[in-house]
Design a protein around this ligand. Structure first.
Ligand SMILES: [Cu+2]
Length: 155
């Protein structure tokens, strides 16, 4: 009896951890925000999520902020002289009826001046500000270094 109860409790923990968080802000939905754990001393960390837009008008992600970081920038990856580099951009488009996808190796939110390392299992608040829909605070799950957000991505 006791073993069965424990097994059930363990199952609940696993199921809870695997649940993808989804947030709704007007016609936008923000799916499974996650970040990668950072090594000790690292000052920056990337955050990733998908924004879907069910509305008839496009929107734009204008900025982000987190209490665990001195700042948060919108970054894209771009080829520069044959080398893949990231650079700050002013906004990210969320097309009407479409989606904006942030993922490792592509668009991301870069938390800079981290006040502490991001550890697997941590949950970090992140405020996202959109041009039309306004602002929302999402909880970012910190996953292992190299995590792809529990999803497979086509390259
Ligand atoms: Cu970056």
């Amino acid at each position: 009896m006791k073993t069965a109860t424990l097994a059930f409790a363990a199952l609940c923990l696993v199921a809870g951890g695997a649940t993808a968080d989804e947030y709704t802000l007007k016609s936008l939905s923000i799916d499974h925000p996650f970040a990668r754990a950072t090594p000790p001393g690292a000052k920056t960390g990337g955050a990733f999520f998908v924004v879907k837009n069910a509305g008839a008008t496009s929107d734009r992600l204008l900025g982000a902020a987190s209490p665990v970081a001195g700042g948060a920038e919108l970054h894209e990856m771009a080829m520069d002289g044959g080398v893949m580099k990231m650079r700050a951009i002013g906004a990210m488009d969320v097309p009407a009826g479409g989606k904006l996808e942030l993922k490792p190796g592509g668009l991301h939110v870069m938390m800079v001046d981290l006040k502490q390392p991001l550890k697997p299992g941590d949950k970090v608040p992140l405020t996202l500000t959109f041009e039309k829909a306004g602002s929302i605070v999402v909880s970012v799950d910190v996953e292992a270094m190299g995590a792809m957000g529990g999803m497979t991505h086509k390259q």
